[in-house]
Design a protein around this ligand. Structure first.
Ligand code: SAH
Length: 371
């Protein structure tokens, strides 16, 4: 949609303040059923429709009596958000722009690989961390997402799966800093882990952080074996302060200490993410310095060739520079992978789709199949 579109500046109507059925906890469902004189076993039927059977509407829940469906429909919507935009890439990566009840928008993504279906979810509207190469933080932080709003992203994406596909992994790498909104995230993940929820183990969930030591310790306290990914992006504080401004209040040493504790307490090997920015943090000396930091740690480095963000003047290095960087780490004995680009033909970098659609409304889901 172009800026010439007459609808572009028209604010959306306020959405009715109804609760989402998908966001109700098991306790709330049980309480509601008993208040409305329905037998307790309806709770498990309802949860089956929400989690296992991927219902698209309350009407579809055929084994619930019509009166119950009607009462539910009077009070709840399956989801409270609205699909503002839907993109499908040539590799069948799907990206949803979900509009929340207050008109704010967040992105979430479904990625398909052989026998692996991963969703990437957001935890905040915007972000306060200010990483200079990231689209999510360009306009600062708006607000935290609620537990139901986080869950809604996951459940909406499960509806995009074919009957023979299933959710196998969750990465919390969308918009926002997950450790700055940990209670809501953990609440949503409890439904992910529940036997009568999605039944997915914490070992299948990766939480990516800018590196907040107190948050990393809180996450370890939860006692679940989540995978932790730390967005390092630089091997020394001087460079990291430039790329990740919150670093000047934290420092790499404190982050590594918290991550080491995390590994000790959970037994989960920590991943360090490193976005490669041409001519900035991609030189052999940076790779050697990074190797020196991590060689004695049970760590894994995920090199991420930068996704270009049109508002920003940072570039992705060429393939040879990326390979050279990876080889130096490998030769120093640091386990290294280079992240594959998924959904390259849709707005793949976090926060890009939201940024492009701020103030725009595209009422119909659109499919862009690029070749
Ligand atoms: N706030 C968290 C999680 C969200 S970002 C964090 O910082 O980890 C998820 C990952 O995407 C981070 O490693 C982030 O630095 C990276 N990222 C942000 N912008 C990017 C871009 N333009 N290209 C590639 N990776 C990017």
């Amino acid at each position: 949609m172009t800026s010439l579109d007459p609808l572009a500046d028209v604010p959306l109507p306020a959405l009715p303040a109804r609760e989402s059925l998908c966001g109700l906890s098991a306790d709330r469902i049980a309480g509601w059923l008993s208040e409305h004189n329905h037998p307790a076993y309806r709770a498990s039927q309802l949860r089956q429709w929400i989690y296992g059977r991927r219902a698209e509407s309350i009407d579809e829940m055929a084994d619930l009596p019509a009166s119950l469906r009607e009462q539910l429909g009077d009070e709840f919507d399956l989801f409270t958000g609205r699909l503002a935009r839907h993109q499908v890439a040539g590799d069948r990566t799907e990206k949803l722009l979900v509009e929340l009840t207050d008109g704010k928008r967040v992105e979430c993504v479904l990625m398909r690989e052989t026998r692996r279906w991963t969703v990437c979810i957001s935890t905040q509207v915007g972000c306060a961390m200010g990483c200079v190469f990231c689209a999510s933080g360009l306009l600062g932080l708006d607000r935290n997402l609620s537990r139901p709003e986080i869950l809604e992203q996951i459940l909406r994406l499960t509806r995009r799966l074919e009957p023979d596909e299933r959710l196998t992994n969750i990465v919390v790498m969308g918009i926002g800093e997950p450790l700055a909104n940990l209670p809501a995230l953990l609440g949503a993940l409890e439904e992910v882990h529940a036997e009568d929820g999605l039944g997915l183990s914490p070992r299948r969930v990766t939480i990516s952080t800018v590196g907040l030591p107190a948050g990393i310790r809180q996450l370890a306290d939860v006692g679940r074996p989540y995978n932790l990914a730390v967005s390092l992006h630089a091997p020394n504080d001087e460079l990291r302060n430039r790329l990740v401004p919150v670093n000047d209040r934290i420092g790499i040493a404190e982050i590594l200490k918290a991550a080491d504790d995390y590994f000790e307490r959970t037994g989960r090997r920590v991943t360090y993410e490193y976005v490669l920015l041409a001519e900035t943090n991609d030189q052999p000396r940076h790779a050697r310095q990074l190797a020196a930091l991590l060689a004695d740690r049970n760590a894994h480095v995920n090199l991420i060739p930068m996704n270009n963000v049109k508002e920003l003047n940072w570039n992705c290095p060429g393939e040879p520079q990326t390979q050279r960087f990876a080889t130096i780490l490998d030769e120093a004995g640091v386990a290294t992978t280079v992240r594959k680009k998924k959904g390259a033909d849709i707005d793949a970098a976090c926060g890009q789709l939201r940024l492009e659609n701020l103030g725009n409304d595209i009422p119909q889901p659109t499919e862009t199949e690029a070749g």
